[in-house]
Ligand binder design. Structure first.
Ligand SMILES: Cc1cc2nc3c(=O)[nH]c(=O)nc-3n(C[C@H](O)[C@H](O)[C@H](O)COP(=O)(O)OP(=O)(O)OC[C@H]3O[C@@H](n4cnc5c(N)ncnc54)[C@H](O)[C@@H]3O)c2cc1C
Length: 345
């Protein structure tokens, strides 16, 4: 009989992130398909009652919590101790957790301490003939595998954005407190502050409906024999501001910075989509001034509706990579699009 533990940490305001609700949805899917299994919740944070109450209507039979000042911030030693203690109290055989940066660096270590196994980048949980199974992608999202494991406890880190978030309602949850006495050696790391880009400089928006991709063409010489980088910046920024799209890029464009060429100031390697970049999930994607080569478009695996604007009618997008290719000048098209969007506001 499996005991499925959903393990989540609270946000700074004590709430649960969407990714935690996604993990809960995945865990519940397993719980429903595995006869005789039970579903329990474990929470870590300064105060976990509000988070537990917010999902109290879910079918979990027990709630475990590690709470206190020592568990506010992400820190390997305290997070690992908290997760380990909850897993032991819950006697968990399967642990489903959101692959947040906080859990992703800690839970494989906890699996090791408990003699279990961990799988990361999980995009689905299924029932393989009465046995729990997971899905994940390999070889830069080219091959999907379904796998099962006999080893327990089995830690399953679910990729944020890959599941629908559980919409179970609020109520009053009875949280069983799990006491963790942290030795001083586990408190040596302290978080003194958080440095992050200004809200409007944050161009990577995983929850956006649209992925807007910029390619190297934005910085290339145009029909008049000149480059128009400042104009490109203005068009792209303008579009992002009104559309709230997430900004992706081809490798060629982000690499230009390192080569000392004129670049778009708000792009970094974190924006890169593709084989050596990221594989985001958005309902739609619009590529501009990008050639649509395989190492780039492989990162579009999870983009459902794809469109591209390129001057080249023989580019990769025209060869089956996009649903619609506009053979057009992206400067002209995006200028018009921004104008229309501004008029709509
Ligand atoms: C091992 C390996 C890994 C790689 N990993 C990645 C990866 O993760 N991500 C990635 O992106 N690439 C990756 N690449 C590189 C990839 O193969 C391509 O070189 C890169 O994607 C090309 O970028 P681009 O299309 O922006 O530039 P270009 O190939 O220079 O294409 C620019 C395009 O812009 C168009 N254009 C120019 N002006 C305009 C205009 N005014 N309007 C409309 N269109 C215009 C041109 O017609 C052209 O099609 C990898 C390569 C290798 C070998």
């Amino acid at each position: 009989m499996e005991t499925i533990l959903v393990l989540a940490h609270t946000e700074a305001d004590g709430s649960l992130a969407k990714s935690a609700r996604e993990a809960l949805h995945a865990a519940r899917t397993l719980n429903k398909s595995l006869a005789g299994s039970s579903l329990v919740v474990g929470l870590v944070g300064e105060n976990v009652q509000a988070a537990a109450d917010s999902i109290a209507a879910c079918p979990a039979t027990k709630y475990f919590g590690v709470a206190g000042k020592d568990f506010v911030q992400s820190r390997y030693a305290s997070d690992a101790a908290a997760a380990e203690a909850i897993c032991k109290s819950a006697q968990a055989t399967i642990v489903v957790a959101p692959a947040t940066s906080r859990w992703a660096r800690v839970l494989p270590g906890v699996a090791q301490r408990l003699g279990g196994r961990a799988d990361t980048h999980v995009t689905g949980v299924t029932d393989a003939g009465g046995k729990p199974a997971i899905n994940r992608w390999y070889y830069r999202q080219r091959m999907e595998a379904t796998l099962t494991r006999a080893q327990r406890p089995w830690f399953i880190l679910v990729d944020p954005g890959s599941q629908t978030a559980c919409e179970c309602g609020a109520g009053t949850a009875k949280v069983e407190t799990v006491t963790v006495n942290l030795p001083e050696s586990c408190k040596r790391t302290t978080v003194v502050g958080i440095r992050e880009p200004k809200a409007d400089a944050q161009t990577i928006r995983p929850d956006a409906e649209l992925l807007f991709v910029t390619g190297a063409g934005w910085t290339k010489k145009q029909a008049d024999g000149q480059t128009h980088v400042p104009e490109a910046e203005k068009l792209i920024r303008g579009f992002l501001q009104v559309s709230r799209a997430s900004l992706g890029s081809s490798k060629s464009l982000v690499d230009l910075g390192g080569e000392g060429q004129a670049v778009l100031s708000f792009l970094s390697h974190l924006n890169q989509i593709g084989q050596t970049g990221s594989t985001p999930r958005h309902a739609k994607g619009l590529s501009t001034c990008c050639h649509g080569e395989e190492p780039h478009t492989v990162g579009w695996r999870f983009i459902n509706e794809r469109r591209a604007i390129s001057l080249d009618p023989n580019c990769g997008w025209a060869r089956g990579k996009a649903d619609v290719l506009y053979v057009a000048d992206a400067f002209a098209v995006m200028g018009k699009v921004n104008e229309l969007l501004a008029a709509k506001k």
